[in-house]
Design a protein around this ligand. Structure first.
Ligand code: KG4
Ligand code: ZN
Length: 329
């Protein structure tokens, strides 16, 4: 079964063709990131305008790269939530028009569930049930996955998302945007024990809070003239603390649900130090840890197409409109 996936929830315009939920025939990602850099964050209007301009070419290019014609596609799936409203509307409207014109069924996908599915595109995926941690620029959530149509939320961030905290800390340290890769690079040459940071406690143990550590770092950075080594030490100390919190809560979720399989996805899961520490601590706790390949941690449409196949096979037929109206095809 050939599935065309479309993803436009943030600044990316992405399309991919995936066969039978696992073989990626093509995956094209166009980003408007360079137009947002001067603002230090994503500007929704710029993102949706660029998506409107590029989506037809991106889909065309994904079909061409996969050697597929639109008439060969059996199913289209599109990210319909959560994300920037204008951006989601571009993807959903395009997919709906293309699906209608080509008489191909269309399915709406939850972006966070897509990030979880990315691990299933690697050839090494967890057996059901498992715990999933999604760490992205907009979300930090722990899920219990009994199957992809039976997902329960165990906890999520009360304030900043994990990736957002990386982005803001990088901004405080004057490192660049988006901050994750800059913090990772600076942290490689820093001392993670130099600064004593901590993530705030949360009432519910599986929730997260990152605004406190960001503020603590802001005060620590504001109290002195930062040299290059200070910045590296701060980046390393921040990163290590956040990763350890993510690990503690993920391990706790596994214990609470009595499962020994954990999948991690989302942009922050591309971080090498995070991957290394999760594998180390997982091994020490007799836990099997699964990551997508690094390029599939970031937003892409292959995960949307893959999950679309999986849900369609299970009888899923729904498009959830970003405006919360539900339609059936
Ligand atoms: O999943 P994603 O591509 O988009 C959203 O759904 O939000 O995640 C983007 C986030 C950004 O905050 C970015 O700074 C972070 O992922 N990120 C990283 C790394 N690469 C991207 N964070 C830490 N280390 C990285 N190497
Ligand atoms: Zn994402």
């Amino acid at each position: 079964m050939l599935v065309l996936g479309i993803e436009t929830s943030c600044d990316e315009t992405a399309a991919a063709v995936v066969q039978d939920g696992k073989e990626i025939l093509s995956s094209v990602v166009a980003s408007s990131l360079k137009f947002h850099k001067e603002y230090g964050g994503i500007v929704p209007e710029i993102a949706s305008r660029m998506q409107l301009e590029t989506i037809a070419n991106v889909v065309d290019s994904a079909l061409k790269k996969g050697g597929i014609k639109l008439k060969d596609i059996d199913l289209m799936s599109v990210t319909c939530k959560p994300g920037l409203l204008g951006s989601l509307l571009v993807g959903v409207s395009f997919a709906q028009a293309a699906g209608f014109a080509s008489k191909v069924p269309l399915l709406g996908i939850d972006h966070l569930h897509g990030h979880i599915y990315a691990a299933f595109l690697s050839g090494r995926a967890p057996a059901l049930p498992f715990i999933a941690l999604v760490v992205s620029g907009g979300h930090t959530s722990l899920f219990y996955i009994e199957d992809f149509d039976r997902i329960s939320l165990l906890g999520s961030t009360l304030d900043d998302a994990c990736g957002e905290a990386f982005d803001k800390v990088a901004k405080i340290l004057g490192l660049g945007y988006p901050g994750g890769p800059y913090i990772e690079k600076a942290g490689q040459k820093g001392n993670p024990r130099k600064y004593k940071f901590a993530c705030s406690n949360t009432k519910k143990p599986l929730d997260f809070s990152f605004s406190g550590i960001k503020t603590a770092l802001w005060y620590a950075a504001g109290n002195k003239r930062l040299g290059q080594q200070d910045k590296k030490d701060m980046a390393a100390s921040f990163q290590e603390t956040v990763i350890n919190t993510l690990i503690e809560k993920s391990l706790l979720a596994c214990r609470m649900k009595k499962v020994n399989r954990l999948a991690v996805g989302g942009g922050v899961a591309a971080n090498n130090r995070l991957r290394e520490l999760f594998f180390q601590r997982g091994k020490a706790s007799a836990l099997k840890v699964y990551f997508p390949p690094r390029e599939l941690c970031l937003d892409n449409a292959a995960m949307v197409a893959g999950l679309g196949y999986r849900l369609f096979k299970k009888g899923g037929r729904r498009i959830c409109f970003p405006t919360n109206r539900l339609f059936c095809v």
